[in-house]
Every structure is written in structure tokens, then in C-alpha cells.
Ligand binder design. Structure first.
Ligand SMILES: Cc1ncc(COP(=O)(O)O)c(C=O)c1O
Length: 449
């Protein structure tokens, strides 16, 4: 496969034909042929080839799923080997040796020391749903807290926790009652106008006081089962909270017997340079949700939870496909590789961060550059003082980058995320940054202009 970006007409003739047919046959959901006119045919590592032979560098990793790159040979081999033996047998009704192996590997990273268990599902939304059910069951409480900007999935329960775009909610009210949202400690833009990079403790204390002084007034804390949070908000804009925040949230939760549910569906499994992103914050949640990357491209998700925080008897939950045996075979490889790549992610992530700061320098319409490990974002603003989001500039930038052979996806109101595979090399980052520089020049005008 050719390993340099090469894009001709976009969408090409074959892509137009397929899209035309799809627009008659396939449910219109979040496809966006205007900005991301890509119909893939095959991939290798960070490279993706579309049905017309255009070659892209993929810094979206298929929405943070293909964390070892496309068609990783060890994943392909493990999947083939398992598929030849057995494609399916329901894990929730029987025990599978493969599930024990994956559970042991995940539990080796549990932040509370010994013990713990794993419940396997298929999608991220399902993991959120089941965590809600399990927290209700364990605590005998039915209220929840979540954060503005959060994304926990789009099924009815998960959607009640999600609050990143109004379009996700429009027409679906009522979802699950009893969920209250509070501001996320966003250092760049928060309701109090605090510069959270300069004054992280002030921002942490405002969010905690908001919950204690306002939210608890009409949401009795002893009726709250759990707080759902992302250790770095993903769909909400790749927002990295101050380092002391989750310790304070833990303290508050403990004071009222509230469980902490850490949604690592996007940020877990090495993406931030630690196995779980919460490890950056020196605190331990009660549940960790995983999904996306774990199945290496096959659907797999679940919950790692502390002993005593799950079902103590049989029969309270089950689903046919949760923990598919082929996806589990892929997960064994993904987890081992993610562990091995942690130092590489830290080092390459620092390099990506430095290069992004360089390309953003002297461009005041790039308001913020933020990230950890290989999870970075640039945020577009109309004016650096008002910080008014500029989604049009962001969308034009994504379109321009794709036209030049770099696949990027948006997040938040006006940010764009950079999430290459964990095994990306410096050379590929340099190739991507050349494209970013040109696309920024095209959309915002030359640097300093
Ligand atoms: C943090 C987080 N939680 C949950 C989900 C939902 O996962 P899925 O799309 O697999 O239902 C996502 C998906 O983007 C996510 O980023």
C-alpha cells in the first residue's frame, strides 16, 4: 500500500455512486459527505484507501476504535484463528475461557488494588446503560449526576446522561428521569470565566461548590446513586480537567455514599499514555467503562468494577451478544499491545502536542491547544478574547485537511481532535502537520495575518 497521502477528485466517481445508492437505502444518521466524503475500501496502520484509490492518513482512528491502526496483523490473525473454531456462544449464559483471560488482563490495571470483576457488553452506550442499572441495584437509589458536555451514548438511559449537543436530545424527552447535569471543569471556557490553566484550584472548587451548594439543595445526595464522568471529555471537545478535580469529586461522593462511574470508552486503553486516563488524576472510581478500542474494530465494551459494587446474585442482567468470543480474541491482542505502547504514546504524544502548538502559534483564531498522550485538540474561535466558538472555520478546516489527505474529526462546538493510532511514528505526525499547516493557512489566512 502506498504510504503517502494522495487525493484526486473527492468524492471520486465510485464514492458518488455508492453514496447515491446509500442515500436511498441507508438510514440518514450522522454521515457527512459534505465534510468527510470518504468511503473506505481498505486500511493498513494509519493509512486508509477509499473506493476510488485515494490514500489518506487517518488521524481519527475510526472514531478512536482502531487504536493499533487498521488491519493490525496480530488482530487479524487472532480473529481468523478464533473464527475458525467458534464464532459465537453467549457469554452471559455460559463461561468462556477467553473472557477470563481478557478480564484478568483488564483487572491487572484496576486502580483499587486486588479483586474486582468485569461485565462484557457490545457498545459504549450499552456499557453506560448497564452501569446505570447496576448502580441503581447496588445503591437502591435512582438519581444520577453527569456533566455538561458529556457523551455516554445515545440509547435512552445513556442519552439521559449525555449532554454534548442539543440535537442528541431533540424529540426524545422524556429520557430516564432523575439525571442532573453540572458544569465540567473546563479550564478554557467555563461559566465563571476562570482561566483554569492559571487557576486550576479555583476552578475545581467552583465546580464542587456548585454541586454541594446548589445541586444538592433539590437533589438529596443520599438519593444519588452515581456520578458519571469522562476523565477527559471526548465528544465534548477533548477537555482536560485540572489534575486535582477527581480527587475532590471522590471526596464529595464518599461523603454521601455516591458511586463514581469513570467512562473511559474513548480515553481508556492507553490513549492518554496511561492504561486508564484516570491514572493521571491519582484517584480510584468504582466503575470503569470501556469500549471502542478494546475489540480492535469488533464490537466489545464493558465495565470493570470494584468487588461488591455489582450483582451479587444471578439473573439481574443478560444479553445475547455481550462479550462475543471473536471480539474477545481481538481484545487480548489489543490490551497487550496497548500496555507495550504506553511509553511510546507518552513520548510521541508530547511530540504531537509540541507540533500542534507550533502550527497554532501566531494564529489567534486557534484559541486553545490541549491534550494528553495521543488525544489532542485544536479549538477554533472567532476572537481570542471573547472565545466565541467558530464551528464554520472548524468545519472548513476538516474539509480542507481531508482534501489534502488527512482524516480528522470534530469534537465540542468548534474543536478538531487528533487521535492517530497509538503506534503512530514521528514521520507520520510530520506528514500530518504539513497538511494541518496548509489547511490552517487556507482557512484562516497565513500565520499572523
Ligand atoms: C466517552 C464515551 N462514552 C460512550 C460512548 C458511546 O459509545 P457507542 O457509540 O459505542 O455506543 C462514546 C462514543 O463516542 C464515548 O466517547
Amino acid at each position: 500500500m502506498e504510504k503517502r497521502p494522495r487525493v484526486g477528485e473527492l468524492p471520486g466517481p465510485r464514492a458518488r455512486e455508492i453514496a447515491g445508492e446509500a442515500q436511498r437505502l441507508i438510514a440518514p444518521l450522522t454521515q457527512d459527505m459534505e465534510h468527510l466524503p470518504i468511503i473506505p475500501e481498505r486500511g493498513e496502520g494509519p493509512w486508509l484507501v477509499d473506493v476510488d484509490g485515494n490514500v489518506f492518513l487517518d488521524f481519527s482512528s475510526g472514531f478512536a476504535v482502531s487504536s493499533l491502526g487498521h488491519a493490525h496483523p496480530r488482530i487479524v490473525e487472532a480473529v481468523k484463528r478464533q473464527a475458525e473454531k467458534l464464532l459465537h456462544f453467549p457469554l452471559h449464559d455460559f463461561y468462556l475461557e477467553q473472557a477470563n483471560r481478557v478480564a484478568s488482563k483488564l483487572l491487572a490495571h484496576n486502580p483499587w488494588g486486588d479483586g474486582g470483576r468485569v461485565l462484557f457488553q457490545n457498545s459504549g452506550a450499552e456499557a453506560s446503560e448497564v452501569a446505570m442499572k447496576m448502580a441503581k441495584h447496588v445503591r437502591g437509589r435512582a438519581r444520577f449526576l453527569a456533566f455538561y458536555g458529556a457523551f455516554h451514548g445515545r440509547t435512552q438511559g445513556a442519552l439521559s446522561l449525555t449532554a454534548s449537543k442539543w440535537a442528541q436530545q431533540a424529540g426524545y424527552f422524556p429520557t430516564v428521569p432523575g439525571v442532573v447535569h453540572v458544569p465540567y471543569p473546563n479550564p478554557y471556557r467555563n461559566p465563571w470565566g476562570i482561566d483554569g490553566y492559571e487557576e486550576p484550584d479555583e476552578l475545581v472548587s467552583r465546580v464542587i461548590s456548585f454541586i454541594e451548594d446548589l445541586v444538592f439543595r433539590n437533589n438529596p445526595p443520599h438519593e444519588i446513586a452515581a456520578v458519571f464522568f469522562e476523565p477527559i471529555q471526548g465528544e465534548g471537545g477533548y477537555i482536560v480537567p485540572p489534575s486535582g478535580f477527581f480527587r475532590e469529586l471522590r471526596r464529595l461522593a464518599d461523603a454521601h455514599g455516591i458511586l463514581l462511574v469513570d467512562d473511559e470508552i474513548q480515553m481508556g486503553l492507553g490513549r492518554t499514555g496511561r492504561f486508564w486516563a484516570i491514572e493521571h488524576y491519582g484517584t480510584a472510581p468504582d466503575y470503569i467503562l470501556f469500549g471502542k478500542a478494546v475489540g480492535g474494530g469488533l464490537p466489545l465494551s464493558g465495565i470493570v468494577y470494584k468487588e461488591g459494587m455489582g450483582y451479587s446474585e444471578y439473573g439481574y442482567h443478560s444479553s445475547t451478544f455481550g462479550g462475543n468470543i471473536v471480539a474477545l480474541a481481538a481484545a487480548e491482542i489489543v490490551i497487550g499491545e496497548a500496555e507495550r505502547l504506553l511509553p511510546h504514546v507518552e513520548e510521541t504524544g508530547r511530540y504531537l502536542g509540541r507540533r500542534l502548538r507550533e502550527v497554532a502559534e501566531g494564529r489567534d483564531k486557534v484559541g486553545d491547544v490541549r491534550g494528553l498522550g495521543l488525544a489532542w485538540a485544536l479549538e477554533f474561535v472567532r476572537n481570542p478574547r471573547s472565545k466565541e466558538p467558530d464551528p464554520e472555520a472548524r468545519d472548513r478546516f476538516i474539509k480542507e485537511a481531508v482534501r489534502r489527505g488527512l482524516i480528522l474529526i470534530g469534537c465540542g462546538d468548534s474543536a478538531v481532535r487528533f487521535i492517530p493510532p497509538l503506534n503512530v511514528g514521528r514521520e507520520e505526525i510530520d506528514t500530518a502537520m504539513d497538511i494541518v499547516e496548509k489547511a490552517l493557512d487556507h482557512v484562516l489566512g497565513p500565520r499572523g495575518g
